[in-house]
Design a protein around this ligand. Structure first.
Ligand code: SF4
Ligand code: SF4
Length: 377
């Protein structure tokens, strides 16, 4: 599908990082049949954008693209985004090697959208060192990439500097949701403004903050329900993002048909938040910020490198359940499940710090695990 004007990309994309699993303990064991059904319904509704990346599902998300899309659909009927991982680049040749591996895994032939993954202070120098911006332009000339951008997890000053140095960038993927809009770590609002200033399209990730905004506590749900009794809590989050201009697409990492149907309804029948609704969202944010929730988006980038096999996002989920919902039984259930089998407890953390270098949310994971330990161990 040749997209001349990026405005024409449907404003809702299928994030393939939290696909449904056949075995909940094995992220490589994707329920391909269910993903096929979801993709079919997604496409039937006129949506076409699919987003994968080299590390998603330990490489099996890219393989799922082949089974679900490439083998079943005309290549020009869908749009595919993939990403280059700086943390796997150890010499210049790795850039080409990984790109070819991605073409091989997906069988896609080319990528409609290609991103440098997770550009931030830690990784940006690697992308420059291996000349990845110019490399991407060459790939565009060769027809192997149609549109080029990067995903971003840092402050607006660095973003401004990179976009000034690289006017060839067409879009930037940022974390954007109403809870992170003024979050001093994520700085979604300021990053959005920088993108607009440079005239690049904004691709949104984490619009429901890893599911947090789809499952609000009762008090916050009631604030929204009073204003609009029919909208799901997730629909408010999607509408907040889509109420802004300059969007390429809003990516939702969907794990079930229900989530997908709800999101599609919201986007197909989209109307921007009105003043009263914006006020309600602000009220929810104030109420949520009163609780010390851990801003983990469950991206799982930290998990593989942990020598103790601690399932960090699951432990944080238990902790958030404990602090946000005051639901001790449910929280303990989450914790018990997270430390089952050969997974370690929070108290097994050896404080090596490896996890913190890969966390795009810059969470002080070691300190937070101490708190988890105090509550659950
Ligand atoms: S600091 Fe703890 S949780 Fe983080 S990687 Fe090391 S052992 Fe795992
Ligand atoms: S702790 Fe950080 S890296 Fe780990 S899952 Fe949460 S947000 Fe992702």
């Amino acid at each position: 599908m040749v997209i001349e004007n990026l405005n024409d990309v449907p404003h809702f994309g299928f994030g393939m990082m939290r696909l449904p699993l056949l075995d909940p303990d094995d992220v490589t064991n994707i329920d391909i049949e269910q993903v096929c059904r979801m993709a079919d319904v997604f496409m039937e509704h006129g949506f076409t954008y699919f987003d994968t990346a080299y590390p998603y599902h330990k490489g099996y998300s890219e393989r799922a693209v082949k089974e679900v899309l490439v083998n079943r659909y005309d290549r020009e009927s869908f749009l595919l985004a993939d990403k280059l991982p700086a943390w796997s680049l150890h010499e210049k040749e790795d850039v080409e090697r990984i790109f070819n591996e991605q073409l091989e895994r997906t069988g896609a032939g080319f990528f409609d959208f290609y991103l440098l993954h997770s550009v931030e202070k830690q990784w940006y120098p690697i992308y420059e060192k291996y000349d990845c911006f110019n490399w991407a332009l060459k790939k565009k000339e060769e027809g192997l990439i149609r549109h080029f951008g990067f995903s971003y997890h840092d402050d607006p000053e660095l973003l401004d500097m990179i976009l000034t140095a690289h006017p060839e960038v067409e879009f930037v993927q940022i974390q954007m949701n109403y809870l992170d809009w003024e979050n001093p770590v994520v700085q979604a609002h300021a990053n959005y403004d920088v993108c607009r200033k440079h005239g690049v399209y904004v691709n949104v990730m984490e619009p429901v903050k890893g599911g947090t905004l789809a499952a609000l506590p009762e008090k916050e749900t009631e604030i929204l329900r009073k204003v609009n009794p029919d909208g799901s809590t997730a629909s408010w989050a999607i509408r907040f993002v889509l109420s802004h201009e300059g969007m390429l697409t809003v990516l939702s990492g969907m794990s079930s048909m229900d989530q997908m149907n709800d999101n599609m309804r919201t986007v197909s029948d989209f109307h921007p938040l009105n003043d009263q609704e914006n006020k309600a969202v602000h009220e929810v944010v104030s109420s949520m910020l009163d609780k010390p929730a851990i801003g983990c988006t469950a991206c799982r980038y930290c998990v593989d490198g942990c020598p103790m096999r601690i399932t960090i996002p699951e432990l944080f989920r238990a902790m958030n359940s404990y602090t946000m919902y005051g639901d001790n039984n449910r929280a303990r259930g989450y914790y018990k499940a997270a430390v089952s089998g050969d997974h370690a407890r929070a108290s097994d953390c050896i404080q090596c710090g490896r996890c913190e270098t890969s966390c795009p949310q810059h969470l002080p994971i070691r300190t937070l695990l101490e708190k988890v330990k105090d509550v659950f161990d």
